[in-house]
Design a protein around this ligand. Sequence first.
Ligand code: CLF
Ligand code: SF4
Length: 492
Amino acid sequence: MGSIVPLQDLCKRSSSRTGSPGTPDTRCASGACASERGEDALSAEARNRIHDHPCYSEEAHHYYARMHVAVAPACNIQCHYCNRKFDCANESRPGVVSEKLTPEQAADKVLVVATRVPQLSVLGIAGPGDACCNFESVRRTFDLVRARIPDLKLCVSTNGLGLLDCVDDLVRLNVTHVTITINMVDPEVGQHIYPWIYFRHRRWTGLDASKILHERQMAGLDALVSRNVLVKVNSVLIPGINDEHLVEVNRVVRNRGAFLHNVTPLISDAAHGTHFGVTGQREPTHEELSSLRDRLGVGARTMRHCRQCRADAVGMLGEDLGSQFTMDRLGETPSYDPTARAAYRAVAERERFEHQEAQRAAREELRAVSAGPTVLVGVTSRGGARINEHFGHAKELHVFEVSRLGVRFVGQRKIPVYCQGGWGDDEALEGIVDALRGIRAVLCARVGACPKDALAAAGTEISDAYARMWLESGVVAWYVAKFGKARLEESA
Ligand code: CLF
Ligand code: SF4
Protein backbone atom coordinates (compact mmCIF):
# COMPACT_ATOMS: atom_id res chain seq x y z
CA MET A 1 0.00 0.00 0.00
CA GLY A 2 2.42 2.62 -1.23
CA SER A 3 4.36 4.34 1.47
CA ILE A 4 1.54 4.72 3.98
CA VAL A 5 2.85 3.58 7.33
CA PRO A 6 1.02 0.30 7.88
CA LEU A 7 -0.91 -0.45 11.03
CA GLN A 8 1.57 -3.10 12.12
CA ASP A 9 4.36 -0.52 11.87
CA LEU A 10 2.56 1.80 14.25
CA CYS A 11 1.92 -1.13 16.56
CA LYS A 12 5.61 -2.05 16.76
CA ARG A 13 7.02 -1.69 20.22
CA SER A 14 10.57 -0.76 19.37
CA SER A 15 13.30 0.30 21.73
CA SER A 16 12.98 3.84 20.45
CA ARG A 17 9.29 4.05 21.06
CA THR A 18 9.32 7.22 23.09
CA GLY A 19 12.83 8.42 23.17
CA SER A 20 16.45 7.99 22.47
CA PRO A 21 18.04 5.14 20.61
CA GLY A 22 18.88 2.16 22.73
CA THR A 23 17.22 3.40 25.88
CA PRO A 24 13.72 2.05 25.77
CA ASP A 25 10.97 4.27 27.14
CA THR A 26 13.26 6.12 29.48
CA ARG A 27 14.40 9.23 27.74
CA CYS A 28 12.91 11.43 25.12
CA ALA A 29 13.28 14.90 23.87
CA SER A 30 10.81 17.09 22.18
CA GLY A 31 9.22 20.45 22.40
CA ALA A 32 6.98 21.23 19.44
CA CYS A 33 4.15 21.13 21.86
CA ALA A 34 0.55 21.54 20.85
CA SER A 35 0.43 24.92 22.56
CA GLU A 36 3.26 26.19 20.38
CA ARG A 37 1.18 25.13 17.41
CA GLY A 38 -1.84 26.82 18.90
CA GLU A 39 -3.89 23.62 19.23
CA ASP A 40 -3.85 23.55 23.03
CA ALA A 41 -5.35 27.01 23.10
CA LEU A 42 -8.47 25.90 21.24
CA SER A 43 -11.85 25.19 22.76
CA ALA A 44 -12.68 21.53 23.24
CA GLU A 45 -15.25 21.81 20.47
CA ALA A 46 -12.75 23.23 17.98
CA ARG A 47 -10.13 20.65 18.96
CA ASN A 48 -12.66 17.94 18.38
CA ARG A 49 -13.49 19.24 14.93
CA ILE A 50 -9.91 19.32 13.73
CA HIS A 51 -8.78 16.26 15.64
CA ASP A 52 -8.58 13.91 12.66
CA HIS A 53 -8.38 16.45 9.84
CA PRO A 54 -4.86 16.20 8.40
CA CYS A 55 -4.90 19.73 6.99
CA TYR A 56 -6.49 21.60 9.88
CA SER A 57 -4.33 19.91 12.53
CA GLU A 58 -0.59 19.60 12.05
CA GLU A 59 -0.49 16.78 14.54
CA ALA A 60 -3.31 14.90 12.82
CA HIS A 61 -1.45 14.84 9.53
CA HIS A 62 1.01 12.34 10.98
CA TYR A 63 -1.82 9.85 11.49
CA TYR A 64 -4.75 10.56 9.19
CA ALA A 65 -5.22 10.68 5.44
CA ARG A 66 -7.42 12.59 3.04
CA MET A 67 -8.64 11.81 -0.42
CA HIS A 68 -9.88 14.08 -3.16
CA VAL A 69 -12.33 13.16 -5.89
CA ALA A 70 -12.04 15.16 -9.08
CA VAL A 71 -15.71 15.84 -9.80
CA ALA A 72 -15.47 19.59 -10.37
CA PRO A 73 -13.86 20.29 -13.78
CA ALA A 74 -15.21 23.77 -14.63
CA CYS A 75 -13.98 27.09 -13.24
CA ASN A 76 -15.49 30.56 -13.20
CA ILE A 77 -12.34 32.65 -12.87
CA GLN A 78 -8.82 32.79 -14.27
CA CYS A 79 -5.79 33.00 -11.99
CA HIS A 80 -2.46 33.98 -13.49
CA TYR A 81 -0.78 30.99 -11.81
CA CYS A 82 -3.13 28.48 -13.40
CA ASN A 83 -3.12 26.77 -16.77
CA ARG A 84 -6.67 25.59 -17.34
CA LYS A 85 -5.46 22.43 -19.04
CA PHE A 86 -4.46 21.25 -15.58
CA ASP A 87 -5.90 21.15 -12.05
CA CYS A 88 -6.94 24.10 -9.94
CA ALA A 89 -3.63 25.48 -8.70
CA ASN A 90 -5.26 26.94 -5.59
CA GLU A 91 -4.96 23.58 -3.88
CA SER A 92 -2.89 21.63 -6.36
CA ARG A 93 0.48 21.79 -7.94
CA PRO A 94 0.15 23.30 -11.39
CA GLY A 95 1.01 20.90 -14.16
CA VAL A 96 -0.87 17.83 -12.99
CA VAL A 97 -4.03 16.46 -14.54
CA SER A 98 -6.53 14.47 -12.55
CA GLU A 99 -8.86 11.76 -13.81
CA LYS A 100 -12.26 13.42 -13.84
CA LEU A 101 -15.09 11.41 -12.29
CA THR A 102 -18.86 11.34 -12.22
CA PRO A 103 -20.40 11.46 -8.73
CA GLU A 104 -21.24 7.76 -8.98
CA GLN A 105 -17.66 6.85 -9.92
CA ALA A 106 -16.39 9.10 -7.16
CA ALA A 107 -18.60 7.44 -4.54
CA ASP A 108 -17.39 3.98 -5.63
CA LYS A 109 -13.80 5.15 -5.41
CA VAL A 110 -14.29 6.53 -1.91
CA LEU A 111 -15.68 3.17 -0.83
CA VAL A 112 -12.67 1.31 -2.20
CA VAL A 113 -10.18 3.73 -0.63
CA ALA A 114 -11.95 3.70 2.74
CA THR A 115 -11.71 -0.09 2.69
CA ARG A 116 -8.02 -0.24 1.76
CA VAL A 117 -6.66 2.89 3.47
CA PRO A 118 -7.73 2.78 7.12
CA GLN A 119 -6.06 6.12 7.78
CA LEU A 120 -8.74 7.85 5.70
CA SER A 121 -10.66 10.47 7.66
CA VAL A 122 -11.56 13.21 5.17
CA LEU A 123 -13.09 13.38 1.71
CA GLY A 124 -12.30 16.64 -0.04
CA ILE A 125 -13.34 18.18 -3.34
CA ALA A 126 -10.63 20.50 -4.59
CA GLY A 127 -11.09 20.75 -8.33
CA PRO A 128 -9.74 20.21 -10.87
CA GLY A 129 -11.75 23.43 -11.35
CA ASP A 130 -13.89 25.07 -8.69
CA ALA A 131 -16.20 23.11 -6.38
CA CYS A 132 -18.92 25.78 -6.23
CA CYS A 133 -18.91 26.15 -9.99
CA ASN A 134 -19.79 22.43 -10.25
CA PHE A 135 -22.05 22.24 -7.30
CA GLU A 136 -24.54 19.70 -8.62
CA SER A 137 -21.72 17.15 -8.88
CA VAL A 138 -20.44 18.07 -5.44
CA ARG A 139 -23.88 17.72 -3.90
CA ARG A 140 -24.55 14.36 -5.55
CA THR A 141 -21.13 13.00 -4.58
CA PHE A 142 -21.46 13.99 -0.95
CA ASP A 143 -25.02 12.66 -0.75
CA LEU A 144 -23.89 9.28 -2.11
CA VAL A 145 -20.85 9.08 0.16
CA ARG A 146 -22.64 10.19 3.30
CA ALA A 147 -25.23 7.46 2.83
CA ARG A 148 -22.48 4.82 2.78
CA ILE A 149 -19.77 6.17 5.12
CA PRO A 150 -21.44 8.61 7.49
CA ASP A 151 -18.39 9.32 9.67
CA LEU A 152 -16.16 10.63 6.88
CA LYS A 153 -15.50 14.36 7.26
CA LEU A 154 -16.48 16.36 4.17
CA CYS A 155 -14.29 19.19 2.97
CA VAL A 156 -14.45 21.60 0.03
CA SER A 157 -12.05 24.05 -1.54
CA THR A 158 -13.23 27.02 -3.64
CA ASN A 159 -12.09 30.31 -5.10
CA GLY A 160 -15.11 31.85 -3.34
CA LEU A 161 -16.84 33.50 -6.30
CA GLY A 162 -19.85 31.16 -6.25
CA LEU A 163 -19.63 30.25 -2.59
CA LEU A 164 -22.48 32.35 -1.22
CA ASP A 165 -24.99 30.48 -3.39
CA CYS A 166 -23.82 27.15 -1.97
CA VAL A 167 -23.65 27.85 1.74
CA ASP A 168 -27.10 26.49 2.64
CA ASP A 169 -26.39 23.27 0.79
CA LEU A 170 -22.92 22.91 2.29
CA VAL A 171 -24.46 23.19 5.75
CA ARG A 172 -27.23 20.74 4.88
CA LEU A 173 -24.67 18.26 3.56
CA ASN A 174 -22.75 18.65 6.82
CA VAL A 175 -19.62 19.91 5.08
CA THR A 176 -17.71 20.95 8.16
CA HIS A 177 -14.53 22.37 6.61
CA VAL A 178 -14.29 24.82 3.70
CA THR A 179 -11.19 26.40 2.18
CA ILE A 180 -11.42 29.71 0.33
CA THR A 181 -8.42 30.88 -1.66
CA ILE A 182 -8.03 34.57 -0.88
CA ASN A 183 -4.96 36.18 -2.40
CA MET A 184 -5.96 39.80 -1.80
CA VAL A 185 -8.34 42.02 0.10
CA ASP A 186 -7.56 44.98 -2.14
CA PRO A 187 -8.83 44.78 -5.72
CA GLU A 188 -5.89 46.91 -6.87
CA VAL A 189 -3.68 43.97 -5.90
CA GLY A 190 -6.19 41.49 -7.28
CA GLN A 191 -6.09 42.85 -10.80
CA HIS A 192 -2.48 41.65 -11.07
CA ILE A 193 -3.58 38.11 -10.18
CA TYR A 194 -6.96 37.66 -11.88
CA PRO A 195 -7.37 38.70 -15.53
CA TRP A 196 -11.08 37.84 -15.58
CA ILE A 197 -14.00 36.25 -13.80
CA TYR A 198 -17.31 34.94 -15.08
CA PHE A 199 -20.20 36.11 -12.91
CA ARG A 200 -23.95 36.47 -13.41
CA HIS A 201 -23.77 35.39 -17.05
CA ARG A 202 -21.03 37.75 -18.15
CA ARG A 203 -17.29 38.08 -18.14
CA TRP A 204 -15.69 40.81 -16.02
CA THR A 205 -12.10 41.99 -16.34
CA GLY A 206 -9.60 44.26 -14.60
CA LEU A 207 -10.50 46.08 -11.42
CA ASP A 208 -14.21 45.28 -11.76
CA ALA A 209 -13.45 41.56 -11.76
CA SER A 210 -11.29 41.83 -8.65
CA LYS A 211 -13.86 43.96 -6.83
CA ILE A 212 -16.62 41.42 -7.41
CA LEU A 213 -14.38 38.52 -6.46
CA HIS A 214 -13.29 40.25 -3.27
CA GLU A 215 -16.84 41.11 -2.23
CA ARG A 216 -18.06 37.60 -2.92
CA GLN A 217 -15.17 36.02 -1.04
CA MET A 218 -15.83 38.17 2.02
CA ALA A 219 -19.57 37.50 1.90
CA GLY A 220 -18.95 33.75 1.54
CA LEU A 221 -16.50 33.76 4.43
CA ASP A 222 -18.95 35.66 6.66
CA ALA A 223 -21.81 33.33 5.75
CA LEU A 224 -19.80 30.20 6.55
CA VAL A 225 -18.53 31.59 9.85
CA SER A 226 -22.06 32.56 10.87
CA ARG A 227 -23.15 28.98 10.15
CA ASN A 228 -20.34 27.57 12.27
CA VAL A 229 -18.40 26.02 9.38
CA LEU A 230 -14.64 25.92 9.95
CA VAL A 231 -12.98 28.07 7.28
CA LYS A 232 -9.39 27.81 6.16
CA VAL A 233 -8.03 30.55 3.92
CA ASN A 234 -5.38 29.63 1.38
CA SER A 235 -3.20 32.38 -0.07
CA VAL A 236 -0.62 32.00 -2.80
CA LEU A 237 2.51 34.00 -2.02
CA ILE A 238 3.48 35.88 -5.19
CA PRO A 239 6.69 37.91 -4.72
CA GLY A 240 6.33 41.54 -5.68
CA ILE A 241 2.55 41.26 -6.06
CA ASN A 242 0.96 40.23 -2.79
CA ASP A 243 3.87 39.32 -0.48
CA GLU A 244 3.56 42.40 1.73
CA HIS A 245 -0.20 42.48 1.28
CA LEU A 246 -0.72 39.00 2.76
CA VAL A 247 -0.17 40.41 6.25
CA GLU A 248 -3.28 42.53 5.67
CA VAL A 249 -5.12 39.54 4.19
CA ASN A 250 -4.32 37.62 7.35
CA ARG A 251 -5.58 40.42 9.57
CA VAL A 252 -8.84 40.77 7.65
CA VAL A 253 -9.70 37.07 7.42
CA ARG A 254 -8.86 36.49 11.07
CA ASN A 255 -11.09 39.36 12.12
CA ARG A 256 -13.87 37.84 10.07
CA GLY A 257 -13.50 34.50 11.82
CA ALA A 258 -11.33 32.34 9.54
CA PHE A 259 -9.94 29.47 11.57
CA LEU A 260 -6.66 28.88 9.78
CA HIS A 261 -4.47 30.67 7.23
CA ASN A 262 -2.41 28.64 4.81
CA VAL A 263 0.16 30.61 2.82
CA THR A 264 1.56 28.51 0.00
CA PRO A 265 4.40 29.37 -2.35
CA LEU A 266 3.67 30.29 -5.95
CA ILE A 267 4.76 27.58 -8.37
CA SER A 268 5.61 29.21 -11.67
CA ASP A 269 7.55 26.76 -13.78
CA ALA A 270 7.49 28.03 -17.37
CA ALA A 271 6.89 24.44 -18.51
CA HIS A 272 3.41 24.54 -16.96
CA GLY A 273 2.38 27.26 -19.36
CA THR A 274 0.81 29.57 -16.79
CA HIS A 275 0.83 33.32 -17.32
CA PHE A 276 3.20 33.80 -14.40
CA GLY A 277 5.36 30.92 -15.61
CA VAL A 278 5.82 32.24 -19.12
CA THR A 279 6.25 35.87 -18.05
CA GLY A 280 9.05 35.01 -15.63
CA GLN A 281 7.27 35.79 -12.36
CA ARG A 282 9.59 34.29 -9.78
CA GLU A 283 8.65 31.91 -6.98
CA PRO A 284 9.34 32.86 -3.33
CA THR A 285 12.41 31.45 -1.60
CA HIS A 286 12.16 29.21 1.50
CA GLU A 287 13.33 32.15 3.56
CA GLU A 288 10.68 34.50 2.18
CA LEU A 289 7.90 31.99 2.82
CA SER A 290 9.11 31.24 6.32
CA SER A 291 9.62 34.88 7.17
CA LEU A 292 6.13 35.82 6.00
CA ARG A 293 4.56 33.00 8.01
CA ASP A 294 6.46 34.22 11.04
CA ARG A 295 5.25 37.77 10.47
CA LEU A 296 1.67 36.58 10.62
CA GLY A 297 2.37 36.23 14.29
CA VAL A 298 1.71 34.16 17.32
CA GLY A 299 -1.82 32.86 17.56
CA ALA A 300 -2.49 33.44 13.88
CA ARG A 301 -2.95 29.71 13.38
CA THR A 302 -0.97 29.36 10.20
CA MET A 303 -0.77 26.07 8.40
CA ARG A 304 2.79 25.05 7.63
CA HIS A 305 2.39 21.47 6.46
CA CYS A 306 0.42 21.93 3.23
CA ARG A 307 1.69 19.81 0.33
CA GLN A 308 -0.21 21.55 -2.48
CA CYS A 309 -1.72 18.23 -3.36
CA ARG A 310 -3.60 17.40 -6.52
CA ALA A 311 -7.32 17.18 -7.16
CA ASP A 312 -7.30 13.38 -7.09
CA ALA A 313 -4.78 12.93 -4.28
CA VAL A 314 -5.18 9.91 -2.02
CA GLY A 315 -3.31 9.13 1.18
CA MET A 316 -1.34 10.85 3.88
CA LEU A 317 -0.24 14.39 3.05
CA GLY A 318 3.11 14.21 1.35
CA GLU A 319 2.40 10.99 -0.45
CA ASP A 320 0.06 10.30 -3.29
CA LEU A 321 -1.52 6.93 -3.81
CA GLY A 322 -3.82 8.34 -6.49
CA SER A 323 -2.25 6.22 -9.23
CA GLN A 324 -3.24 3.06 -7.31
CA PHE A 325 -6.88 4.10 -7.34
CA THR A 326 -7.58 5.11 -10.92
CA MET A 327 -10.93 3.86 -12.25
CA ASP A 328 -9.34 1.08 -14.30
CA ARG A 329 -7.65 -0.29 -11.15
CA LEU A 330 -10.54 -0.08 -8.72
CA GLY A 331 -12.03 -3.51 -9.38
CA GLU A 332 -15.24 -4.57 -7.67
CA THR A 333 -16.73 -2.02 -5.30
CA PRO A 334 -16.71 -3.70 -1.90
CA SER A 335 -19.44 -3.40 0.66
CA TYR A 336 -18.01 -1.06 3.25
CA ASP A 337 -16.67 -2.56 6.45
CA PRO A 338 -15.65 0.03 9.08
CA THR A 339 -13.59 -2.45 11.14
CA ALA A 340 -10.16 -1.61 9.71
CA ARG A 341 -10.64 2.14 10.12
CA ALA A 342 -11.80 1.68 13.70
CA ALA A 343 -8.85 -0.58 14.52
CA TYR A 344 -6.42 1.87 12.99
CA ARG A 345 -7.94 4.77 14.86
CA ALA A 346 -7.49 3.02 18.21
CA VAL A 347 -3.80 2.44 17.55
CA ALA A 348 -3.21 5.90 16.11
CA GLU A 349 -4.80 7.60 19.09
CA ARG A 350 -2.61 5.63 21.47
CA GLU A 351 0.47 6.61 19.48
CA ARG A 352 -0.63 10.20 19.44
CA PHE A 353 -0.99 10.28 23.17
CA GLU A 354 2.53 8.93 23.58
CA HIS A 355 3.81 11.47 21.08
CA GLN A 356 2.35 14.28 23.17
CA GLU A 357 3.95 12.85 26.30
CA ALA A 358 7.28 12.73 24.48
CA GLN A 359 6.89 16.36 23.44
CA ARG A 360 6.35 17.40 27.04
CA ALA A 361 9.41 15.48 28.17
CA ALA A 362 11.46 17.07 25.45
CA ARG A 363 10.69 20.56 26.64
CA GLU A 364 12.13 19.51 29.93
CA GLU A 365 15.21 18.10 28.27
CA LEU A 366 15.95 21.35 26.49
CA ARG A 367 16.27 23.01 29.87
CA ALA A 368 19.61 21.21 30.19
CA VAL A 369 21.05 23.55 27.56
CA SER A 370 21.88 26.98 28.91
CA ALA A 371 23.38 28.41 25.75
CA GLY A 372 23.21 27.50 22.10
CA PRO A 373 22.26 28.90 18.71
CA THR A 374 18.88 28.74 16.97
CA VAL A 375 19.25 26.26 14.12
CA LEU A 376 17.13 24.46 11.53
CA VAL A 377 17.08 20.67 11.59
CA GLY A 378 15.41 18.54 8.92
CA VAL A 379 14.01 15.07 9.55
CA THR A 380 12.83 12.39 7.16
CA SER A 381 9.64 10.54 7.93
CA ARG A 382 7.26 8.22 6.13
CA GLY A 383 4.53 8.81 8.70
CA GLY A 384 3.53 8.22 12.30
CA ALA A 385 5.58 11.26 13.50
CA ARG A 386 8.72 9.11 13.59
CA ILE A 387 12.15 9.45 12.04
CA ASN A 388 11.62 6.39 9.91
CA GLU A 389 12.64 7.12 6.34
CA HIS A 390 15.89 6.36 4.56
CA PHE A 391 17.57 9.57 3.44
CA GLY A 392 17.95 8.24 -0.08
CA HIS A 393 14.20 7.66 -0.42
CA ALA A 394 13.06 10.96 1.04
CA LYS A 395 11.20 13.40 -1.18
CA GLU A 396 10.82 15.99 1.54
CA LEU A 397 12.04 17.07 4.96
CA HIS A 398 10.05 18.14 7.98
CA VAL A 399 11.97 21.20 9.12
CA PHE A 400 12.17 22.19 12.78
CA GLU A 401 13.65 25.28 14.35
CA VAL A 402 15.34 24.43 17.62
CA SER A 403 17.03 26.51 20.26
CA ARG A 404 17.44 26.10 24.00
CA LEU A 405 14.05 27.81 24.33
CA GLY A 406 12.07 25.27 22.36
CA VAL A 407 11.53 23.38 19.14
CA ARG A 408 8.88 24.17 16.59
CA PHE A 409 7.86 22.83 13.22
CA VAL A 410 8.46 25.49 10.57
CA GLY A 411 7.53 23.73 7.36
CA GLN A 412 8.25 21.16 4.72
CA ARG A 413 11.00 21.27 2.13
CA LYS A 414 11.04 19.23 -1.02
CA ILE A 415 14.35 17.55 -1.84
CA PRO A 416 15.41 15.60 -4.94
CA VAL A 417 15.32 11.82 -4.36
CA TYR A 418 18.89 10.50 -4.09
CA CYS A 419 18.33 6.77 -4.36
CA GLN A 420 17.32 5.56 -7.81
CA GLY A 421 16.45 1.95 -7.11
CA GLY A 422 19.74 0.61 -5.82
CA TRP A 423 22.17 3.31 -6.88
CA GLY A 424 22.74 6.82 -5.70
CA ASP A 425 22.17 9.68 -8.11
CA ASP A 426 25.19 11.91 -7.63
CA GLU A 427 23.68 14.47 -9.96
CA ALA A 428 20.80 14.85 -7.49
CA LEU A 429 23.30 15.89 -4.83
CA GLU A 430 23.63 19.37 -6.25
CA GLY A 431 19.86 19.88 -5.95
CA ILE A 432 19.86 18.37 -2.47
CA VAL A 433 22.64 20.71 -1.31
CA ASP A 434 20.64 23.63 -2.66
CA ALA A 435 17.41 22.46 -0.97
CA LEU A 436 19.21 22.05 2.36
CA ARG A 437 20.34 25.67 2.35
CA GLY A 438 20.32 26.94 5.94
CA ILE A 439 19.69 23.51 7.46
CA ARG A 440 22.31 22.53 10.02
CA ALA A 441 21.53 18.81 10.30
CA VAL A 442 19.31 16.14 8.79
CA LEU A 443 18.13 13.20 10.90
CA CYS A 444 16.98 10.08 9.08
CA ALA A 445 16.48 6.32 9.48
CA ARG A 446 19.48 5.37 7.34
CA VAL A 447 22.00 7.12 5.13
CA GLY A 448 24.78 5.94 2.85
CA ALA A 449 28.38 7.10 3.20
CA CYS A 450 28.44 8.88 -0.12
CA PRO A 451 25.66 11.46 0.41
CA LYS A 452 26.69 11.79 4.04
CA ASP A 453 30.22 12.86 3.13
CA ALA A 454 29.13 15.09 0.28
CA LEU A 455 26.59 16.94 2.41
CA ALA A 456 28.97 17.23 5.34
CA ALA A 457 31.41 18.93 2.98
CA ALA A 458 28.61 21.33 2.06
CA GLY A 459 27.95 22.09 5.73
CA THR A 460 25.01 19.84 6.63
CA GLU A 461 25.48 16.98 9.05
CA ILE A 462 23.41 13.87 8.30
CA SER A 463 22.79 11.34 11.06
CA ASP A 464 20.91 8.09 11.42
CA ALA A 465 21.66 7.89 15.16
CA TYR A 466 18.13 9.02 16.00
CA ALA A 467 16.26 6.50 13.86
CA ARG A 468 12.72 5.54 15.01
CA MET A 469 12.51 8.36 17.51
CA TRP A 470 9.62 10.80 17.52
CA LEU A 471 10.42 13.69 15.18
CA GLU A 472 10.84 16.34 17.85
CA SER A 473 12.49 13.93 20.24
CA GLY A 474 15.25 13.24 17.74
CA VAL A 475 15.73 16.92 16.99
CA VAL A 476 16.07 17.83 20.65
CA ALA A 477 18.31 14.83 21.43
CA TRP A 478 20.59 15.94 18.59
CA TYR A 479 20.58 19.53 19.88
CA VAL A 480 21.32 18.52 23.45
CA ALA A 481 24.15 16.26 22.30
CA LYS A 482 25.56 19.10 20.25
CA PHE A 483 25.15 22.09 22.52
CA GLY A 484 24.50 20.65 25.95
CA LYS A 485 28.12 19.53 26.07
CA ALA A 486 29.34 23.07 25.50
CA ARG A 487 27.49 24.13 28.62
CA LEU A 488 29.08 21.38 30.66
CA GLU A 489 32.55 22.26 29.41
CA GLU A 490 31.95 25.93 30.16
CA SER A 491 30.89 25.24 33.72
CA ALA A 492 33.79 22.79 34.36
FE1 CLF B 1 -8.39 18.55 0.63
FE2 CLF B 1 -7.97 21.05 1.13
FE3 CLF B 1 -9.78 19.74 2.43
FE4 CLF B 1 -7.28 19.26 2.90
S1 CLF B 1 -6.07 19.50 0.91
S2 CLF B 1 -9.83 20.16 0.29
S3 CLF B 1 -8.32 21.18 3.30
S4 CLF B 1 -8.84 17.74 2.57
FE5 CLF B 1 -4.52 20.16 2.63
FE6 CLF B 1 -3.71 19.48 0.26
FE7 CLF B 1 -2.79 21.68 1.40
FE8 CLF B 1 -5.24 21.55 0.58
S5 CLF B 1 -2.46 19.61 2.09
S6 CLF B 1 -3.47 21.38 -0.70
S7 CLF B 1 -4.54 22.32 2.53
FE1 SF4 C 1 -7.30 27.63 -11.94
FE2 SF4 C 1 -8.34 27.14 -9.55
FE3 SF4 C 1 -7.83 29.67 -10.31
FE4 SF4 C 1 -9.83 28.29 -11.42
S1 SF4 C 1 -9.67 28.94 -9.27
S2 SF4 C 1 -8.30 29.53 -12.49
S3 SF4 C 1 -8.98 26.22 -11.55
S4 SF4 C 1 -6.31 28.07 -9.95
